[in-house]
Design a protein around this ligand. Sequence first.
Ligand code: HEC
Length: 506
Amino acid sequence: MADTTADTTHLKKPWILTITGAIGILILLLLPVLPLFKDAQTMPETAVWIGRFHPVFLHLPIGIFILILLQEIFGFMRKDKENGVGFPLTVGVFSSIAAVICGYMLWRSGDGSYGDIGERHLWGGTIFTCAVIATAIIKKWVLLNGWMVISYKIPLVASVGIMFFTSHDGGTMTHGKGFLTKEAPGPIKAILGIKHEDKDDDAGKTVADPVIYADVIHPIFERRCIACHKEGKTKGRLNMETFELVMKGGKEGEAITPGDAADSNIVYRMELPLDDEEHMPPEGKSQPEAAELAVIKWWIDAGASPDLKVADAEMPDEIAAIVGELVKMPAPGKGDDSKEPKGHGKPDKALVEQLAKITAKYPGTLTFESQESAGVVMSAVSLRSKLGDAEFAEFAPVIAHLVSADLSATSIGDSSAAQLKDASKLKMLRLGQTKITDNSADTLAALSELESLNLYGTEVTDALLAKLATLPKLKKLYLWQTKVTEEGVKKLKEALPECEVILGVE
Ligand code: HEC
């Protein structure tokens, strides 16, 4: 087939090759549509086994056809008459046929978890193989008739094009979407038009009003499940990337039964013994903690709502504690003042002990901003109305170290706010739905590091607003459902043009 060194005038017309090739192409094109094997169960064992060789063969044609293309390009530049691509072309054709047949078996024995992309990849591989068979045949005719060399190069280039497209789908199937580009540097992503997600951004994001699904449940799925249950890698045909997709379920039907955790496939799978083949995540992969499983079960039993807010949810204490722990605490925003060293020095032993003492009584309320920082982050989300002025007084030892405090929906009032006068490092403060009034205006106005303040659902008025005009770093002010007027907001904006005032729930 690849006897390219022979004198072309002695060549016979390659009719046999052409006819065999055409039959081969026809068979290959029929494979995906013929109902040959239904699934792994009804398939002969050998066929299932052959399927496993797909990854063994598939890289051969990729390498070979890139080589052929390079050889042609260099040959063309050096004006070579013959550059001996005949033999590689033959090997390339046969390895493609092997890869596509194994791939077909693999697809038939699979669980269909790759969905549309799997089918597209099958067709891509098949069409590529047909194209290279055609290319090889055309090359023979070209050789015989001395037609313009270009006429074989066109199908060659087209075949390689199909090959790149198909390999990309194959890569997406094994490694998931965006494997190549995910770690690309920002400028390269910009060129490719991919949104660059700054890794620090998440930490700086302010969760204004945490939602159980978005801020607690989905992050657990992210950590434990989505690696295998996402677009391009939907194992069990279950995609867990969004609420809607999880609710769509998988191959076995519904994944979540709202109101009934025990009947929900995801819970059933997670509660199977670890060594059970169906246990999720599969043995050896990072497993959810007991607390994570507990909160997922509670959320499903409570109706699996996509938009139930932490503040509105009726939670048993232990769930409230977990939610408080898991809700992404808004870390303080990064100030413009970059000369200031990051963090606030390492925490000293006394502070660590104080923190431990308080969290023993109020679990999950206090954490350090980072390992390297003495800045303390407070979240009373899990305590809510149980945190009153008396309880808040117990946090006095750490007040001076607070960088971020979420006291929303607690029952504290102005006397607690007064204690915050020592919170000279505080950048983020949330007092939404508390009893804070205008009487706290002076205390708040003295928190000179404050960048974000939430007062939603309180009784504050323009009188308090007027005093906040002295906060030089204030960037965000949440004021919906308060007594402030448009006039008051306008005045504040004049004093603090940089500050964004949020007057409605977005
Ligand atoms: C390492 C990859 C991997 C991870 C991580 C993983 N799964 Fe799976 N999952 C699979 C595979 C493979 C299947 C298909 C085989 C099967 O049904 O057991 C599957 C199937 C499922 C199914 C059945 C879907 C259906 O309808 O057929 C559910 C439900 C499920 N997983 C839930 C989860 C949950 C919940 C998590 C996270 C806590 C998780 N999985 C994490 C690989 C994974």
